[in-house]
Design a protein around this ligand. Structure first.
Ligand code: LLP
Length: 432
């Protein structure tokens, strides 16, 4: 198993993270447990800042809170000078409840409810990423009622899509997000925004996909957007102050994943923005980014306890853990691959292939398939790496599974940032 950040094998062969052993974590907080290496989250934020500062561009980097959100993380993001990207009233509420500066928040969403727009206007959210023509009208009216001038970006679909490890240019802009460049809707949207008295247009946003390994797609999208902006500038005089190129930076889940180093990706994107703006004679916009996975993905681990071990001769070996698709959906949903290890026996030799199954009532409830492991014993601890992004945030209570606890580890200390749900939590809100 690849060990990232502060993870190491402690004397005795135990997995240790942030100076705390897996067995100590399991004993204190129970399993399943999400464990985050706080120093690694901070280091990822700092890598973005260091690299972007070195480009000489004005920039803003906002954490995409959909990847994982809780109040402790919101505070950590503020300490690391990150902005915050939220996509719902609930994400906004969570950020505000932790005292995050609303001016550093931007609100996304292809179907922002009036209630969410009002909530964001009341809070003084720094930027609205406008996604549709109807939103232009609704936000303008609500901002007017509010006596505010709301700052906006227009989300466009540049006709470039990332398909995880590569990208394609699509003629048809078949997406529920944003307004198409090729079909004229983006131009109509920008005209509408410029004519809206209660809106101030800062610039343009696009996001071409997630878990992307190179910058080819982003650079292609940038080229299209800048060419379009040059035409618009000639027509309307509008000059974008901001270009938000979204998130999507890939991480290493397994050895098969070879993402480009973040530093190289950011430098290439910044270079493409500078060169493209110069080519079209445009004033150099600020570069805004909104990474989620790259900030928290590799810092997070899941710890489970091994229960039933079932060996089916000539077919497959299963080991079942005390969680599953309720806290680990990405394998069932995307066939995503993960590395696993017996956290209390890291130095034992693998003896066979084991499929890690969950305890939920679905055959597709699998955490990882056919992984080399020492012969597991009930009570062993199973660690899954790289579960920091889109795990807790996509967890469910299917089969009335209480959600796990989340702890941050650092310098030999573990602190619980989200407590484990109890059976009483499952009944909260239910009529007698
Ligand atoms: N900005 C926008 C507009 C987005 O839609 C997303 C992700 C991000 C930023 C952050 O992308 P990241 O840097 O995390 O790749 N549930 C899926 C991922 C869905 C991503 C949705 N949007 C998964 O588990 O892989």
């Amino acid at each position: 198993m690849h060990l990232s950040g502060s993870a190491r094998i402690a004397p005795g062969g135990e997995l240790e993270q942030g100076g705390v052993t897996a067995s100590a974590l399991a004993e204190q907080f129970g399993t399943p447990l999400f464990v985050y290496d706080e120093a690694l989250i901070r280091e990822q934020c700092r890598r973005f800042h260091r690299t972007l500062q070195a480009t000489g561009l004005d920039y803003q980097v906002s954490y995409a809170s959909k990847a994982f959100l809780c109040r402790a993380l919101v505070r950590l993001m503020a300490e690391e000078h990150m902005g915050l990207d939220v996509v719902s009233g609930g994400e906004l509420y969570t950020a505000l409840s932790a005292g995050f500066d609303p001016g550093q928040i931007h609100l996304h969403g292809n179907n922002k409810l009036d209630a969410e727009l009002r909530q964001a206007l009341d809070a003084g959210v720094g930027c609205f990423v406008v996604d549709s023509l109807d939103e232009v009208a609704r936000l303008n009216a609500l901002a007017g009622e509010h006596g505010a001038r709301a700052r906006c970006l227009l989300r466009v679909t540049p006709g470039v899509e990332a398909h995880t490890h590569s990208f394609i240019q699509t003629g048809a802009e078949d997406s529920k997000f944003g307004l198409g460049l090729a079909n004229g809707q983006a131009t109509a949207g920008l005209h509408a925004l410029l004519a809206a008295p209660h809106l101030e247009v800062l610039g343009i946003h696009f996001h071409i996909g997630s878990q992307i390994f190179g910058t080819e797609g982003t650079r292609a999208a940038l080229a299209r957007v800048l060419a379009w902006l040059a035409v618009l500038r000639a027509e309307t005089g509008f000059a974008a102050q901001v270009l938000n190129v979204g998130g999507g930076f890939g991480i290493r889940y397994t050895a098969a994943d070879q993402p480009q180093p973040l530093e190289d990706a950011l430098t290439e994107i910044a270079g493409a923005l500078r060169a493209g703006a110069a080519e079209h004679g445009l004033p150099l916009p600020q570069l805004w980014l909104e990474p989620g996975r790259a900030v928290v993905g590799e810092a997070g681990w899941t710890l489970y306890q091994v229960g039933t071990v079932k060996e089916i001769p000539g077919v497959r070996n299963y080991l079942s853990v005390d969680g599953g698709m309720s806290d680990h959906l990405r394998t069932a949903l995307y066939d995503a691959d993960y590395e696993v290890a017996l956290a209390n026996r890291m130095e034992d030799t693998p003896e066979g292939l084991y499929t890690v199954a969950g305890k939920l009532c679905e055959s597709g409830d699998v955490v990882a398939r056919d992984k080399p492991l020492p012969r597991p014993r009930p009570g062993d601890l199973l660690a899954v790496s790289c579960t920091g992004a889109y795990h807790y945030s996509m967890s469910s209570r299917y089969n009335q599974m209480p959600r796990p606890a989340v702890v941050f580890v650092r310098d030999g200390q573990a602190r619980e940032v989200v407590r484990r749900e109890t059976f009483e939590d499952l009944l909260r809100g239910q009529a007698d």
